[in-house]
Design a protein around this ligand. Structure first.
Ligand SMILES: [Zn+2]
Length: 150
């Protein structure tokens, strides 16, 4: 979080600035530092209030969604999958990680399990349902480069 890094840098600077102002008897600089700290504290309190309110709101939404999932399961309904976890390309699924990067192993477009490489000049194959990718294993790196750019 940039905010924390920024705060760490500011706090690390404060003691040195305060020490030299103290040594020099520089009341004006000390007063300015104290004012900066007061402003920072007020800002942090505001931000904390905001984050806590947002957290309460999110916790309430999670609770509603958990109740909805429990109700759907109890009724024997299928639970919808998380959207866009996989991207389909050339007959295989590529898993998008939270960072936005793609997992470098293709997954079966049918059962979503990781596919196997048999040989570089053959397509990836699903060991469970025998589905093959539309590309050869040796083309995987080019496909990953393409997906990262898209
Ligand atoms: Zn499969």
């Amino acid at each position: 979080m940039d905010f924390l890094k920024d705060l760490q840098i500011r706090l690390a600077k404060l003691p040195a600035a305060g020490r030299s102002a103290l040594e020099a008897g520089d009341r004006q600089t000390l007063q300015q530092l104290a004012n900066n700290l007061d402003a920072e504290l007020a800002r942090l309190r505001d931000e904390r209030r905001h984050v806590m309110a947002e957290n309460l709101e999110l916790a309430a939404r999670v609770k509603v969604l958990e109740q909805e999932v429990a109700r759907m399961k109890a009724a024997g309904m299928a639970i919808p999958e998380a959207p866009a976890e996989f991207v389909e390309h050339q007959g295989a699924l590529f898993k998008r990680e939270a960072s936005g990067r793609f997992h470098d192993r293709p997954h079966c477009r049918n059962c979503r399990r990781p596919m196997r490489m048999i040989a570089a000049d053959l397509p990836f194959t699903c060991g469970t349902c025998r589905v093959s990718s539309f590309f050869k294993a040796s083309e995987l790196n080019d496909i990953l480069v393409f997906l990262r750019r898209s």
